[in-house]
Design a protein around this ligand. Structure first.
Ligand code: TYM
Length: 332
């Protein structure tokens, strides 16, 4: 029997999970399990490139695990783990730091954005972040990395690093490919639809744990445009707000843009916006309820992340040992 291809992805528990994380990433993870061997983790090591409140970080990491499961990632079938529980991530990251160039790291959009946003804390970790992300991916010899569009550049630099390493030492790392869904790959802020939805603008961000009434309010207030007739049609340049809402509606209902245009023909934004809100509320309701239920059972969650770390370590350590040998470290 042919071996299953491997899929791996992670999310930073630096904020609560939001609709962008869900539609851009997690939603596409859950239905892959039968065809792939899947690894998903909470990227806690990555979060401290920006200052975190320790108690909050612990809480969010656990909530994120509950949400992974609530979104359909069955821990019996997927390996779910916490990044810091598998030391090989930090160990391989150090090595890869020596195989990625200053110039390459300087070109990373996320570094440029975050160093502008946190100008009082432009630490070395923020700069070398892609080496850790490359380690995350390469340790598992992942074939595919399902992410939103904003992470494509990081998967590309991972490929460059893997290529460089393989070029020197032979075939050590599998070449990973980003997997970006067409719909949902980039969800924009509801309050300013020219920037991506992010936890740093909470007013325009729908969190998976938001109460239904809060979600409804955020959609009712969503910024659209003042075009005469309030027509619902897709035009990313002229109508970024409406196009973003259509994208969200299409992602959660499975309807095509054509069907959506027809559905709201002549109805205006006053009907369209609450309808999108309702559809999102209904698709998030079971997720939130399930997550709350899981969070009440800490020992279950503990069991999941312990098992996950065991399985992940097994694979990760194999790769790390190979790398150590290749670069010339004496085995202990
Ligand atoms: P992070 O934590 O910022 O985001 C997690 C995932 O959510 C996607 N995403 C979005 N998709 C669509 N629209 C949005 N507005 C939106 N906002 C976020 C991201 O593309 C991502 O897929 N460096 C990564 C985390 C990471 C990782 C990894 C990912 C660490 N190691 C290894 C894959 C493989 C990050 O900061 O994503």
């Amino acid at each position: 029997m042919e071996e299953k291809k491997r899929m791996l992805s992670g999310i930073q528990p630096s904020g609560e999970l939001h609709l962008g994380n869900y539609l851009g990433a997690i939603k596409n993870w859950a239905d892959r399990v039968n065809d792939y061997e899947c690894y998903y983790f909470m990227a806690d090591l990555h979060t401290i490139t920006v200052r975190q409140d320790p108690a909050e970080l612990r809480k969010r990491t656990l909530t994120q695990l509950a949400l992974y499961i609530a979104c359909g990632l069955d821990p019996e079938k997927n390996t779910l783990f916490i990044q810091s529980h598998v030391p090989a991530h930090a160990q391989l990251a150090w090595i890869l730091n020596c195989y990625v160039m200053f110039g390459e790291l300087s070109r990373m959009t996320q570094f440029k954005d975050k160093s502008a946003k946190h100008s009082d804390n432009v630490n070395a970790g923020l700069f070398t972040y892609p080496a850790l992300m490359a380690a995350d991916i390469l340790l598992y010899q992942a074939d595919y990395v399902p992410v939103g569009e904003d992470q494509k550049q990081h998967v590309e630099i991972t490929r460059d690093i893997a290529n460089r390493f393989n070029g020197i030492y032979g075939n050590v790392f599998k070449m990973p490919e980003p997997l970006i869904s067409k719909i949902g790959a980039r969800i924009y802020c509801l309050a300013s639809p020219e920037s991506k939805m992010s936890k740093s603008a909470p007013g325009g961000c729908v969190f998976l744990m938001d109460k239904p009434e809060d979600i409804a309010r955020k959609f009712k207030r969503a910024v659209t445009d003042s075009e005469v007739g309030h027509c619902v049609y897709f035009d990313k340049e002229k109508k970024p707000g409406v196009s973003n809402l259509m994208n969200i509606y299409s992602s959660v209902t499975g309807k095509t843009f054509e069907e959506i245009e027809k559905e709201f023909d002549g109805k205006g934004y006053g009907v369209f916006k609450p309808a999108v809100g309702e559809a999102v509320i209904e698709s998030l309701r079971p997720i939130r309820e399930k997550a709350l239920e899981l969070l009440a059972d800490k020992s279950y969650l503990e069991n999941v992340y312990k098992e996950g770390a065991k399985k992940a370590s097994y694979i990760a350590e194999k790769t790390l040992a190979k790398v150590y040998k290749k670069v010339g470290f004496i085995p202990r």
